[in-house]
Design a binder for this molecule. Structure first.
Ligand code: UD1
Length: 418
């Protein structure tokens, strides 16, 4: 078991480059199963969730090679199984995208209910509603989802809830269906657009991704090609928040500033200076952060996946801040860890009230989940003394060389064996 040991406080300064988007890569690598040919994917983030999804698609028969740590070649011409290993699938949330891909190309899929971070109930009823509308029968009893169809036909599908996962899964399932599928009330996250661009590059016909109406015209076959994944909005946001929270001055490179607008607005509200460049953002912090209120929402709202990191910053923002979680039922488990470090947070249900403290103190804490892990690392950079973060496996699921990138910005952070 490993832990991160942080000696704070630190002011981050310098330049950091953002890796490819985690939530895109999981969908895109699952989507390679739709393709009767070879896909070359570039800007792959080197994170453990990618290793898991690659193991799963290999176990189904895809030939996968990694010419370097940021490129993957997948040849899914011959796929031998539509029932991936139960234990592997349960390790990551993104494995539910295999259902859409396998159903679309092979008309059947049998997959364990996916795992991932625990934010309360994580239903997939909207995914299933979409598969059924396309003509599949779906049985989701006993922890396994079995989907089957003799024929898939385009349909109009209205999502009762704006869901990233359901939007992408229905896009996948309808790529090879007969006729046109229309998804109404679709999610608009950057990785939805990335996914549609990838599928179109492989031969699909998808229009409207990034708006709330996505149209998929089924094609007979997808033949492969090359694609480069967009930068990770959440990794970029994590570094922006870390720069502001530590009173630092960081140039965050390889970002799409448009994707960061909700966070940029909030960082300016708390007193940081944010300068947008073509494909980079500079964040300059201050010693006098001000309190603010935040509500997480689907894109273009403030991302739920930046909520824990922002709460870490708000622990020292003068006044009382309120964070309302608008996406998940239970996403404040990590606040107990911040309280161990001296933060004053009262979290109940979907709301947390954060009263500023003059100082945080280093303490032994754990990563309760991926982004909660990033939040305690940021708090460790803000705190005086030594913070030890255990459960680093959560952080490694979504951040490439997190401690190396922070160290290059001047943080005193080491990974050690427990
Ligand atoms: C994805 C991200 C996750 C992020 C979330 C919201 C991946 C692998 N994960 O998760 O990091 O926090 O988007 O930006 O990309 N819902 C339903 N029924 C459904 C599906 C969703 O009620 O069938 C609800 C969920 O309970 C939640 C909301 O819709 O309250 C949003 O969920 P969704 O956008 O689907 O999240 P994920 O795709 O699972």
């Amino acid at each position: 078991m490993e832990k991160l040991v942080i000696t704070g406080p630190s002011r981050l300064s310098g330049e950091v480059s953002i890796s490819g988007a985690k939530n895109s890569v999981l969908a895109i690598l699952s989507g390679t199963l739709l393709v009767n040919g070879v896909c070359r994917i570039e800007n792959i983030p080197d994170i453990s969730d990618v290793d898991v999804i690659i193991d799963i698609i290999k176990s189904l028969g895809a030939k996968v090679s990694r010419p370097d740590s940021h490129s993957v070649l997948v040849d899914s011409t011959v796929i031998a199984s539509t029932a991936p290993d139960y234990e592997l699938v349960r390790r990551i949330r993104g494995s539910y995208y295999l259902i859409g891909s396998l159903l679309s190309r092979f008309h059947k899929a049998e997959i364990a209910m996916p795992g991932g971070c625990n934010f309360g109930t994580r239903p997939i009823d909207q995914h299933i509603k979409g598969f059924k509308a396309l003509g599949a029968s779906v049985d989701d009893s006993r922890g396994v989802i079995k989907a089957e169809a003799s024929h898939l036909s385009g349909a109009n599908i209205y999502l009762d809830k704006v869901s990233v996962g359901a939007t992408i899964n229905i896009m996948l399932a309808s790529c090879l269906a007969d006729g046109v599928t229309v998804i109404e009330n679709a999610a608009r996250e950057p990785h939805i657009v990335d996914m549609a661009n990838f599928l179109n590059a492989m031969g699909a016909n998808i229009r409207g991704a990034g708006t709330n109406t996505v149209k998929i015209k089924g094609v007979k076959e997808m033949r492969g090609g090359s694609y480069q994944i967009i930068p990770d909005q959440i990794e970029a946001g994590t570094f922006m928040i870390a720069a502001a929270a530590t009173g630092g001055d960081v140039l965050i490179k390889n970002v799409i500033p448009k994707h960061m607008e909700s966070l940029t607005a909030k960082l300016i509200e708390v007193g940081a200076k944010v300068t947008e460049l073509d494909d980079a953002i500079r964040v300059e912090g201050t010693d006098h952060l001000r309190a603010t209120n935040v509500l997480t929402m689907p894109y273009p709202g403030f991302p739920t996946d930046l909520q824990p990191q922002m709460v870490a910053l708000l622990t020292k923002a003068q006044g009382v801040s309120v964070m309302v979680e608008g996406v998940w039922d239970n996403r404040f488990q990590y606040t107990d860890e911040l309280i161990r470090m001296g933060a004053k947070i009262n979290a109940a249900g979907k709301m947390a009230t954060i009263e500023s403290v003059p100082e945080l103190y280093g303490a032994p804490v754990k990563a309760t989940d991926l982004r909660g892990g990033a939040a305690v690392v940021i708090a460790g950079l803000m705190a005086s003394g030594i913070t030890e973060v255990t459960n680093t496996v959560f952080i490694d699921r979504g951040y490439e060389r997190f401690e190396d990138k922070l160290r290059s910005l001047g943080a005193k952070i080491e990974r050690v064996e427990e």
